[in-house]
Design a binder for this molecule. Structure first.
Ligand SMILES: CC(C)(COP(=O)(O)OP(=O)(O)OC[C@H]1O[C@@H](n2cnc3c(N)ncnc32)[C@H](O)[C@@H]1OP(=O)(O)O)[C@@H](O)C(=O)NCCC(=O)NCCS
Length: 166
C-alpha cells in the first residue's frame, strides 16, 4: 500500500470551529488572554486575518485524517500596512519553527496584498518574541511607556519595510 508523507505543518485561515483550540493556546501563552468574544469579533472584521498553523495527523487505523492546531497569528491589513497583533505557539510545540512559519506566511500575504510596511508591538521583557522578530529583520523604532497597563510594562514598537531589499 502506498504511504504518502504528509507535510509537517500547514497554514490556513481560522474558522469559527477552531475557537476552542485557539483559546487553549491563547490562555497558555498569555497572562492576560483575549476573550473568546474578542476572537469572534476579529473573525468578522474584513481587515483582520487570523492564521492558524496545524499539524496534519493520520489516525492509526488509516482512517480519516485529522489535524492538531499548534499556533496562530492575528494581523490587520489597513491600507499599505500589516500590523501583527498577536502570535502564539502551543507551549508543547515551541522551538519547532511554528512562529517562523506563521511570520513568513504573513509576510507573503502582505506582499501579495501590496503592503509596504509591517508593524507590531512587543513587551520589553519578551525575549523569545524579540528574538523572533529580530530574526525577521524587524527593527525597534520607539517605546510606548506603560503600554501594557496590567503590569505597567513598556512596549517596543518594531517595523519592517517590505521590498527594501527586494
Ligand atoms: C514567541 C513565540 C510565539 C515563539 O514561537 P515558536 O513557535 O516557539 O518560535 P519558533 O520555533 O518559530 O522560533 C523562531 C525564532 O524565535 C526565537 N525564539 C523563539 N523562542 C525563543 C526563546 N524561548 N528564547 C530565545 N529566542 C527564541 C529564536 O530566534 C527562534 O529561532 P531558532 O529556533 O532558529 O533559534 C512563543 O514563544 C510564544 O507563543 N510565546 C507566548 C506568546 C507571546 O509572547 N507571543 C508574542 C507576543 S504577541
Amino acid at each position: 500500500m502506498a504511504v504518502r508523507a504528509r507535510p509537517r505543518f500547514e497554514i490556513r485561515r481560522m474558522r469559527a470551529d477552531d475557537l476552542d483550540e485557539v483559546m487553549e493556546i491563547e490562555r497558555a501563552a498569555f497572562r492576560h488572554p483575549w476573550s473568546a468574544e474578542l476572537f469572534r469579533r476579529e473573525l468578522e472584521h474584513d481587515w483582520s486575518t487570523i492564521l492558524v498553523c496545524v499539524e496534519p495527523l493520520t489516525s492509526a487505523a488509516g482512517g480519516r485524517a485529522t489535524e492538531r492546531l499548534v499556533g496562530f497569528l492575528i494581523y490587520w491589513l489597513v491600507h499599505d500596512e500589516v500590523h501583527i497583533l498577536n502570535v502564539a505557539t502551543d507551549p508543547q510545540h515551541r522551538r519547532r519553527g511554528i512562529a517562523k512559519f506563521l511570520m513568513s506566511e504573513t509576510e507573503r500575504r502582505a506582499l501579495q496584498a501590496g503592503a509596504t510596511l509591517m508593524t507590531l508591538e512587543v513587551r520589553r521583557s519578551n525575549v523569545a518574541a524579540l528574538e523572533l522578530y529580530r530574526g525577521f529583520d524587524y527593527r525597534a523604532v520607539g517605546v510606548r511607556p506603560n503600554y501594557y497597563v496590567d503590569e505597567g510594562e513598556d512596549a517596543i514598537v518594531m517595523v519592517k519595510e517590505l521590498r527594501r531589499f527586494r
